[in-house]
Design a protein around this ligand. Structure first.
Ligand SMILES: [Mg+2]
Length: 112
């Protein structure tokens, strides 16, 4: 292996598994569109629902990829509709855990 080859990063599939396993363990039900073929692009990867914490929408990103235009539009629209919608990356697992425990869902930040 060349010294220029970067160490393998977590794939979005692995990241998704980490988040959904934690979510299930903490009592969330979720929907993930496994195959977006036929759907309009941009809706967040994961829609999660919890009886105490409500709904949470997460767009998962790995590597240096940013949001596409349609993804940004959906995050903005969900926020405008007083939903909790975030972009998360593998480095955010502690924040994700806090959100899934209901500790860091800042509803007061959502415009009324
Ligand atoms: Mg994604």
């Amino acid at each position: 292996m060349s010294k220029h080859v970067k160490p393998p990063r977590i794939t979005e599939k692995q990241f998704m598994r980490s988040v959904t396993e934690m979510a299930s363990a903490l009592g969330w039900r979720f929907h993930h569109e496994a195959n977006s073929f036929g759907s309009k692009p941009g809706f967040p990867d994961l829609a999660l629902f919890h009886p105490d914490h409500g709904a949470l929408y997460l767009e998962l990103k790995t590597g240096n990829y940013g949001l596409t235009g349609p993804q940004q539009e959906w995050i903005d629209w969900l926020t405008h509709c007083r939903q909790i919608a975030y972009v998360v990356r593998p480095d955010d697992m502690d924040v994700i855990e806090a959100m899934l425990r209901g500790n860091m869902i800042f509803r007061e930040d959502v415009p009324a």
